[in-house]
Design a protein around this ligand. Sequence first.
Ligand SMILES: CC(C)(COP(=O)(O)OP(=O)(O)OC[C@H]1O[C@@H](n2cnc3c(N)ncnc32)[C@H](O)[C@@H]1OP(=O)(O)O)[C@@H](O)C(=O)NCCC(=O)NCCS
Length: 162
Amino acid sequence: MSKTPCTIRLARGGDIQQIAVMSRCLIEVGLRGWTWHPTRIARALRGRETCVLVAEAEERFAGFAITEFGDTRAHLSLFAVQPAYQRRGIGMAMIEWIMESALTAGVTQIDVEMRSNNFAARSFYEALGFLPTGQVAGYYQNIETAVRMQRRLGSMATTPEQ
Ligand SMILES: CC(C)(COP(=O)(O)OP(=O)(O)OC[C@H]1O[C@@H](n2cnc3c(N)ncnc32)[C@H](O)[C@@H]1OP(=O)(O)O)[C@@H](O)C(=O)NCCC(=O)NCCS
């Protein structure tokens, strides 16, 4: 699939519903309940240490990323690209934006978890230089195991740090 140019911007109030619905349908699918509901997304938008990004392609909402920034670590909390826009480089463009901002802010690593059966996400993060650092049993509602991955920033030497 050819790459599609996208614009990356900070999320606004009008994006909340779209982000929450994508989370339910693409990330929390099959899990009990809806943890990233609109109220929680709205809280993330207001969070001083949280960055909520939106990617637009062909003037449509194509994807989003929610990242929590600490002093030296950032945590990618929620991340998805609309199925119609997957494999067009939009996820990669958002992660590159986040990595550049993190480096500027003095952050040296980015952590992320994904459901252990999410092989697409795992391949995606591997393609971006993330390395697996372990598994967390029951991470998702005490039912599903998470795979944890980490990307060290500032060099291509990506030795994971626990
Ligand atoms: C994971 C996800 C965000 C990737 O976004 P994307 O925009 O499709 O990714 P990109 O097009 O930037 O892919 C970059 C590279 O990652 C790898 N990759 C991405 N999706 C892949 C897949 N389904 N299978 C294998 N490799 C994949 C490839 O190496 C790809 O490069 P290529 O297309 O030139 O081969 C997207 O599949 C998604 O939203 N999935 C559902 C939600 C989800 O799982 N979120 C992550 C939870 S942590």
